[in-house]
Write a protein of this length. Structure first.
Lengths: 368, 201
């Protein structure tokens, strides 16, 4: 984790302990965040963007950890669909993560990193921390909350649990409930981390991290972010830097080389325990369950909130039919909802990539 | 015609917009890019929602700030609660439905009232074209060859009236159009190119 320890994150410390869904409390919570664009004097132009599983607060501009553009640079910035010349965009690192917000790598009460003593958190707990950040910043009501994938889960959770905090909710490529298949892929990743001898029951911060396990977890997850069509188009069965198969177990195929690179580069920027905790939070996510079993109940307080939901036709992780369930629930409470399934070849990752139709929908929904 | 507000819309849509009470909750089924919805929202303070099957049209409507759900009316209307809307609108879509009878039931379930507009297959030019050429007519309102057309359930004004009577649906208004202008109701089954009906249970 060398690069992150060298970066100073902009953080606030929450004044009161977070009451968690598990029944536990988390005290002295730090939330790392970034803002982009000026806050209007009447504070009416704030938009909160929620990041995905392995994302961070550096949604736009240059990420100081990686030196690369922010993860949603194409969507957020001056003149972009979420225009920072007009809007004040806030993006915070979720609790449980490892980019400045309190997580398993943070020193606990005893002074040593929490490791597996960190409490299991939920998507709603993440949103609680985000709302507490807003309290600290003195922002009562947001123009909009926006998120893709796990960010979309937070956006939906925010609408359900804090409907008074946002006028508009834009949730992209997401779901109101993790399916058995979603949980299964995550469990595979977690088991890969825990099977790495370096994991040491999560107590590895003074030694070598379980990089191999984390890399395998990332490789498996990465496959779920892409479509079969996209993989075929990008790699096919092409060989990597060689004329013929090696009859060995090197990365003969380009797709193998690509996945190995994705796995390896991920371990430089992400903490394995954070990966365990955040995937757990996603697996526990079932918005209907936490509101009496019916998804429509979750949105009872949000009937005046404007919703826009977007799915992608090649996304098999969080599908159009997942999204239709949310539409159905919102119709049941007569909330103003828009929904569109966009066509894009990139699978789940489409929300991060070049899909001009998405830009138009986002810009139009957020408003000028 | 003495419309209190004039709308820059297709004549059937303009008629619906003119007749709708201000402030209604409206569902426009097959709303396209949302021209009618926008007019209803800005000019008549309606709370307008739309359903449209074409994703590009939905994206355009959403980018105009309208609330439109991508869906297939033949299936997804069932997702709305009873009496969710004051008015449900189905313009130039009935003849494309897989089950027009089901669709009409759904319209009058989700809306307390419905406006339905459709092209009249008994319009005299249609009759003449069929009589003369012996082929399925292709007109301004019904473009496309028989094998390519979306219009799979052609109907006439008389058919529709009979259909409503059989189902006990009340007609609270009807208007007829030819050559882009409103015409009187006399001999509408001959003279009307398309029709607008206002319906309730």
């Amino acid at each position: 984790m060398a690069p992150t320890s060298e970066t100073t994150f902009r953080t606030v410390t929450l004044g009161t302990p977070l009451e968690l869904d598990s029944g536990r409390q988390l005290a002295d919570v730090e939330v790392a965040y970034e803002t982009f664009g000026e806050l209007a004097p009447d504070k009416s132009n704030a938009i909160m963007v929620f990041h995905a599983l392995t994302g961070d607060q550096f949604v736009a501009g240059t990420n100081p950890v990686t030196g690369r553009p922010g993860w949603w640079e194409r969507m957020v910035g001056p003149g972009k669909p979420i225009d920072t010349n007009r809007f004040h965009v806030i993006c915070a690192n979720v609790i449980g993560s490892c980019l400045g917000s309190t997580g398993p790598r943070t020193p606990g009460p005893g002074g040593r990193p929490y490791g597996m003593d960190f409490p299991v958190i939920t998507i709603r707990d993440m949103v609680r921390a985000q709302m507490a950040l807003l309290d600290t910043l003195g922002i009562e009501r947001l123009h909009a909350v926006v998120g893709g994938s796990m960010g979309g889960m937070q956006a939906l959770s925010c609408a359900a649990n804090f409907p008074e905090r946002a006028g508009r909710v834009l949730a992209i490529a997401t779901t109101a409930r993790h399916s058995a298949q979603n949980i299964a892929f995550h469990e595979m990743g977690r088991q890969a981390i825990m099977a790495d001898p370096n994991w040491q029951g999560g107590d590895y911060y003074e030694g070598a991290p379980p990089a191999k396990g984390l890399a395998v977890a990332r490789m498996a997850a990465h496959i779920t972010y892409l479509s079969e069509e996209g993989l075929t188009e990008k790699f096919g069965r092409r060989l990597q830097d060689r004329e013929a198969k090696s009859f060995g177990f090197d990365a003969d195929f380009q797709v193998e080389s690509y996945l190995r690179y994705q796995g390896l580069s991920f371990t430089d920027r992400f903490d394995a325990n954070s990966y365990l905790y955040i995937t757990r939070a996603m697996d526990y996510f079932d918005l209907a369950e936490e509101h009496g079993g019916l998804l429509a109940y979750a949105f009872r307080g949000a009937k005046d909130t404007r919703f826009c939901l977007v799915s992608f036709d090649t996304d098999w992780l969080y599908t159009t039919s997942d999204m239709r369930e949310v539409v159905h629930a919102l119709n049941a409470v007569a909330a103003p909802v828009s929904f569109v399934e966009l066509s894009a070849p990139y699978g789940h990752d489409s929300f991060l990539l070049d899909v001009p139709a998405l830009d138009r929908v986002v810009e139009g929904f957020i408003g000028k | 015609m003495s419309a209190p507000v004039s709308f820059d819309l297709r004549p059937d849509l303009a008629k619906i917009a003119e007749r709708l009470p201000s402030g209604s909750r409206v569902l426009d089924v097959g709303c396209g890019e949302g021209d009618l919805m926008e007019a209803l929202q800005t000019r008549k303070a309606c709370d307008a929602r739309g359903m449209e099957i074409d994703p590009e049209a939905v994206a355009k409507a959403v980018s105009r700030g309208l609330s439109v759900v991508q869906g297939d009316a033949n299936r997804d209307l069932a997702d709305y609660p009873d009496s969710a809307f004051d008015v449900a609108i189905l313009s130039q879509t009935l003849q494309t439905a897989q089950r027009p009878d089901w669709l009409l039931e759904q319209l009058l379930r989700v809306g307390r009232e419905a406006f339905v507009s459709f092209p009249n297959f008994a319009y005299w030019r249609m009759r003449l074209a069929l009589l003369r050429s012996g082929r399925m007519p292709i007109t301004r309102h019904l473009p496309g060859s028989w094998y390519a057309t979306d219009n799979i359930h052609h109907l006439t004004v008389t058919d529709f009236r009979e259909f409503l009577t059989e189902r006990g649906v009340q007609v609270t208004g009807n208007w007829f159009f030819a050559n882009g202008r409103e015409i009187g109701g006399g001999n509408a089954n001959w003279r009307a190119e398309h029709a607008v009906f206002q319906l309730s249970r």
